[in-house]
Ligand binder design. Structure first.
Ligand SMILES: CC(=O)c1csc(NC(=O)C2C[NH2+]C2)n1
Length: 130
């Protein structure tokens, strides 16, 4: 009903704000856009479910997320994909793995510090009822 739509509108405002803050962080530049399959043809062979911050922002605006859990699952895809695609000991792999771990820690800290537990429970109940 109307109260549910008000809740989901507030959820989208929160998720847009978090996504934009992550996208503006210079450490996360490699995670802001889809990997270019023309530039990196083997990427889609290795990573079956690509994800990036611009795609997440589009999903927010398409009302794809009803809970913060679904949003965090997509952010987790971004950094887990990066750890999988960059496993080697060379400095460039280590640098992107460090940035992937920073994306994980930063996102989970923002959610811990800024998501109200009662608001989150209301979103989860809307999800269960649909
Ligand atoms: C998004 C992502 O995981 C990504 C973008 S470039 C990259 N890796 C490299 O460019 C080289 C470092 N060893 C391969 N990984």
């Amino acid at each position: 009903e109307e109260q549910e739509e008000d809740t989901l509108r507030e959820l989208r405002l929160f998720l847009r704000n978090v996504t934009e803050r992550l996208s503006q962080d210079k450490r996360f530049k490699a995670f802001t856009k889809p990997v270019d399959i023309e530039e990196v043809p083997d990427y889609i062979k290795v990573i079956r479910h690509p994800m990036d911050l611009s795609t997440i922002l589009s999903k927010v605006d398409l009302h794809k997320y009803v809970t913060v859990r679904e949003f965090v699952n997509d952010v987790d895809l971004i950094w887990k994909n990066a750890l999988e695609y960059n496993p080697d000991s060379d400095p460039s792999d280590r640098q992107i793995r460090h940035r992937a771990c920073a994306l994980k820690d930063t996102t989970h800290a923002i959610i811990r510090d800024e998501l109200d537990e009662d608001f989150n429970r209301i979103c989860e109940q809307i999800r269960e009822a649909r």
